[in-house]
Design a protein around this ligand. Structure first.
Ligand code: SF4
Length: 231
């Protein structure tokens, strides 16, 4: 396991639960707006201080009466070979587990759900189908993404979809296309883009959309979902 970070406490990353966040290094995508370059790019990971699994579990044992959940994020957590063992150990301590994924590994996701190893899945929807490859740096296999979307919509685990709406990549029309594609999903969140230390430095100069613009998009796609909100 390449553990690139630990956020010891969060109210917001696991809906309704007090949790910590474990950041796993490595990602198969190259989204230009990504602000986790130090745990995404191989040359940056080499320079980044890693945390041992032993340290994480020492922390989890100490906090088990205080925290309810562990959020496993990335990078892309499903790339890490030790993921299953890590989750099993966290579950044994009584933690709920949420996983943040880019949806590239539907079989792993299916296994985690079938074995009840995850309690909540947040999956990024990076783009409309047409733009998926372009926005992920030519990396995404849309068939895998579609399989993960269908799997989550089977409702066997609590889940959400979410998209970062970055100017020059997505606009209202694109988000409407995404909404039609994943319509009927339980929850869909729109996140505004944050121009900070992005994977593609050009994005640090891009001005985010106004709250008003995002609210208009949210209003027009709300009928497609049980819950649709801005974050
Ligand atoms: S934003 Fe894209 S590149 Fe960054 S961690 Fe997520 S999937 Fe990987």
């Amino acid at each position: 396991m390449l553990i690139g970070g630990l956020q010891k406490f969060t109210f917001i990353d696991y809906p309704g639960k007090l949790a910590c966040v474990v950041f796993l290094a490595g990602c198969n995508f190259r989204c230009p707006f990504c602000y986790n370059r130090e745990i995404v790019l191989a040359q940056e990971i080499k320079k980044h201080p890693l945390i041992s699994e032993r340290e994480i579990f020492k922390f989890l044992k100490e906090r088990k009466n205080l925290l309810e959940g562990v959020v496993i994020t990335g990078g892309e957590p499903c790339l890490n070979k030790g993921l299953l063992g890590f989750i099993k150990k966290a579950k044994k301590l009584g933690y709920l587990v949420k996983i943040d994924t880019n949806g590239s590994f539907p079989e792993m996701l299916r296994y985690l759900i079938a074995q009840r190893l995850v309690d909540y899945v947040a999956m990024d929807i990076k783009a409309s189908k047409e733009k998926y490859k372009e926005i992920t740096g030519g990396r995404a296999d849309l068939r895998h993404i579609e399989r993960s979307v269908s799997l989550l919509k089977e409702n066997r685990v609590d889940y959400e979809f979410r998209s970062t709406v970055a100017p020059t990549l997505l606009d209202k029309k694109d988000v409407l296309e995404i909404a039609r594609w994943i319509s009927g999903a339980k929850r869909y969140y729109l996140q505004n883009f944050r121009p900070e230390k992005t994977l593609n430095p050009k994005f640090e100069k891009i001005k985010p959309y106004s709250q008003n613009y995002l609210l208009k998009i949210q209003k027009s796609i709300s009928p497609f979902f049980e819950i649709c909100q801005l974050r």
